[in-house]
Design a protein around this ligand. Structure first.
Ligand SMILES: *Cc1c(COP(=O)(O)O)cnc(C)c1O
Length: 393
């Protein structure tokens, strides 16, 4: 049951507290392969590794991407792109942006591809670009997200800026869907139609439309990718479900585990935790876990979440505090100090998914992953070996 094999883990693991997010790098690679196998021959994958690969750790997963047939990586920030380059990752990197003006030259000089999110950024890029300093861009069109990208009235001035700046190279044009995960979605089709109208405007005014990408995870899983040369996939790589109504054949990549630090018996009628929000109704065995909201274990899971011990669910009782969580282990008689506890992931035949936690905390799996904080060590496990990353090492 305990999948941790300490003998192959770095010795350093034994010097840290047992709260660890284990990242199954092979599962990540299988998700990549599964997504790729569903794509048309001519469509390639852009792996979205922004926000530290949705909390999974961008550098180790980017390194794995280099072994797969991935066209490009995408991140949100220049800082994230630089982190990957400094770590020796050589795949092309698209920065989704936005960038502040001073970042434009730095990003271009480093050879990154800039997602152009509006007329101001296009202007910044055009002012920077020169024969010695060409800039590669992907031009973003707002087909209905209402957030970033050029709107219809931006197209003519943008086209004229681009005509006057041959050193700005439009490598691709893209847009982003607002509602692709919804089972009753009619909006995505309207976005596609609007995108196509915008392209038809751009062509005659001289903005050649070489390559395209429109689909995020939800659209990719649904097969709504149009005549795209790329898809931009984030969430599916990490094995979470992008659709509201079904389960894809993807494997969760992150298992968040800890161990029981303290196990005590309380008589009936005792209080547990801040605010005395829980009182034992019977003689109870309360397990204390070394994890809290500072680690990203949401305080909304107070008296609501559950964890897995010896293949069974134990409910969170009392408030989640900054560094500790209390669970009721009374019904798991064999439970003992140092037992493995799964906060998110599978143990035996039982699973606590990111979707379950998201549902209980009123959010989405994206945020559940991103919330797992830098205080939690990440353990990368693959057939190649084990790597431990922690800001404390
Ligand atoms: C984050 C992001 C994606 C990836 O979205 P997923 O739903 O995680 O696949 C794709 N495109 C853009 C522009 C994004 O910001």
């Amino acid at each position: 049951m305990d999948r941790t094999c300490m003998s192959t883990a770095p010795e350093a693991l034994n010097t840290l507290r047992p709260t660890v997010a284990e990242i199954d790098v092979d599962a990540f690679a299988r998700n990549v392969a599964a997504i790729q196998s569903g794509l048309p021959q001519s469509t390639r994958l852009i792996a979205v590794l922004k926000a530290d690969a949705y909390g999974h750790g961008a550098v180790p997963l980017a390194r794995r991407c280099e072994k797969e047939r991935i066209a490009m990586l995408a991140v949100a920030l220049l800082e994230e792109a630089r982190e990957l380059r400094s770590a020796g990752v050589s795949l092309p990197i698209l920065i989704l942006g936005p960038l502040v003006p001073r970042q434009v030259g730095i990003a271009a000089e480093a050879g990154f591809t800039l997602g152009i999110v509006g007329p101001t950024q296009l202007h910044d890029v055009c002012s920077y670009a020169s024969p010695d300093n060409p800039v590669r861009i992907h031009l973003k069109l707002d087909s209905g997200m209402g957030r970033m990208g050029l709107v219809e009235t931006d197209l003519e001035p943008a086209a004229s800026m681009l005509r006057n700046n041959p050193n700005v190279e439009v490598k691709a044009i893209y847009t982003h869907f607002a509602n692709a995960s919804d089972s009753r979605d009619g909006f995505t089709q309207r976005q596609i139609e609007r995108y196509e109208r915008m392209l038809q405007f751009l062509e005659p005014v001289g903005v050649r439309t070489p390559l395209h990408h429109i689909a995020n995870s939800a659209a990719t899983v649904r097969g709504v990718i149009g005549a795209s040369d790329f898809v931009r996939v984030g969430l599916s790589l990490y094995g979470a479900e992008p659709l509201d109504w079904e389960r894809s054949r993807l494997e969760p990549v992150m298992t968040w585990r800890t161990r029981i630090a303290r196990l005590k018996t309380l008589e009936a009628g005792e209080a547990v935790g801040y605010g005395t929000t829980f009182h034992t109704s019977r003689r109870s065995r309360i397990a204390t876990l070394p994890v809290g909201y500072a680690d990203g274990y949401d305080r909304l899971l107070s008296n609501c979440g559950s964890v897995l011990i010896r293949g069974r669910r134990a409910p969170v009782v009392g408030r989640v505090s900054m560094d500790l969580v209390t669970v009721d282990a009374t019904d798991i008689q064999e439970a003992a100090v140092d037992d493995e506890v799964i906060l998110m992931g599978r143990q035996g035949n039982v699973e606590i998914s990111a979707e379950e936690i998201a549902q209980k905390t009123g959010t989405i799996p994206y945020e559940v992953f991103c919330n797992v904080s830098a205080r939690v060590a990440r353990l990368y496990r693959s057939s190649q070996g084990v790597e431990l990353r922690s800001r404390f090492l």
